[in-house]
Design a protein. Structure first.
Length: 340
């Protein structure tokens, strides 16, 4: 099954806080984030926000974003020492980010600062207890050597310019990994992540992911990677339940040359060069298949043996007349359209 995401409820630049509503939203299983786009909005309310941070769990958080024409001053974090979930993202500049060291209760951090001042920011001791980290560095080369000390990290989204990427291999409890705009650096370290269940590779450039050996990953997404043309090791993902391939113009074929017993869902979207999807009979658990904007010939594809479990099948070319004919054919064959 795909990773379950909690709904985020954003409270933007509040002048007052509705504590009753916040607690109800949290009881309903949501995340609640109070966010501020400029110092004028948080000048008088942060102490009240911090009081809630102390009372509530890590599903209640604080976000600072925007601050256009300003550099975010990290000293304001000293006013919310009890924060457990913190987002400092969609920021161009920030200074005094070393104040993160004073946040002793931090469980979750989302850090997206275009002009990150400190490439060794992960060396801050207080960050070692994080369970959830998103960090993107566009200009400075972010040093990942400190991941050896992040023994609690379960969820990591890292992107941009980085060095020591293979240090991620020390994150023994990592369950989710997203690599964003990281080009051509080898991925052998993924083979050391024995608890990894969700892998997303987004943007950047690489031709394949052949370095990844037999694994227990359940959810794989490959999206908009320049030059990517080889997925011949897909059956190394023996525990895969969900596969999503998107915006891969050079990928010409996907073949399942041995059984993948757990695979339930496949989405292939906007892969204009993809003309072959074979070995479908080796996917006995496949229930849902969506093929959008590829070079696959419907008549050829539908003649192959398909899994008996397959009930939801959608094939779309974006040519209305052709798509109507395909839909009619699939309906006659007993297939339903893909449902969310």
């Amino acid at each position: 099954m795909r990773k379950k995401w909690k709904r985020k409820i954003l409270i933007n630049n509040p002048v007052a806080l509705d504590r009753v509503q916040i607690k109800q939203d949290l009881r309903d299983g949501n995340q609640v984030i109070v966010q501020f786009s400029h110092p004028d909005f948080y000048a008088s309310i942060l102490e009240e926000v911090d009081e809630l941070c102390a009372r509530l769990d890590e599903n209640f958080g604080v976000r600072f974003y925007g601050h256009y024409s300003l550099s975010f001053d990290g000293r304001v974090l000293l006013r919310i020492p009890n924060v457990k979930m913190l987002h400092l993202n969609s920021l161009v500049q920030a200074h005094n980010t070393d104040t993160l060291a004073r946040l002793e209760h931090l469980h979750s951090l989302n850090l997206g600062i275009h002009e990150l001042e400190n490439s060794d920011i992960l060396g801050i001791d207080s960050l070692r207890s994080l369970r959830d980290l998103v960090i993107i560095s566009d200009k400075k080369i972010l040093n990942l050597q400190y991941f050896k000390e992040f023994s609690h990290l379960e969820h990591l989204h890292v992107g941009g310019k980085v060095k020591n990427l293979d240090e991620i291999g020390y994150l023994e409890d990592l369950n989710y990994l997203a690599l964003h705009s990281i080009s051509k650096l080898p991925l052998h370290f993924i083979n050391r992540l024995k608890k990894l269940k969700h892998l997303r590779i987004l943007l950047g450039g690489r031709e394949h992911i052949q370095e990844i050996e037999e694994n227990e990953i359940a959810d794989l997404e490959i999206c908009r990677i320049r030059g990517f043309h080889d997925l011949s090791n897909i059956t190394k993902f023996r525990a895969l339940t969900s596969l999503k391939i998107e915006d891969q113009a050079r990928l010409q074929g996907i073949g399942f040359d041995r059984g993948m017993e757990a695979l339930e869902e496949i989405t292939i979207s906007n892969c204009k060069g993809l003309a072959r999807l074979s070995g479908m009979e080796r996917l006995p658990s496949l229930r849902k298949l969506r093929i959008f904007k590829t070079a696959i010939d419907f008549d050829t594809f539908i003649r192959q043996k398909l899994p008996s479990a397959l009930s939801e099948l959608e094939i779309t070319t974006t040519k209305s007349k052709v798509d109507q004919e395909i839909q009619d054919s699939l309906f006659k064959l007993g297939f339903q359209k893909w449902s969310i």
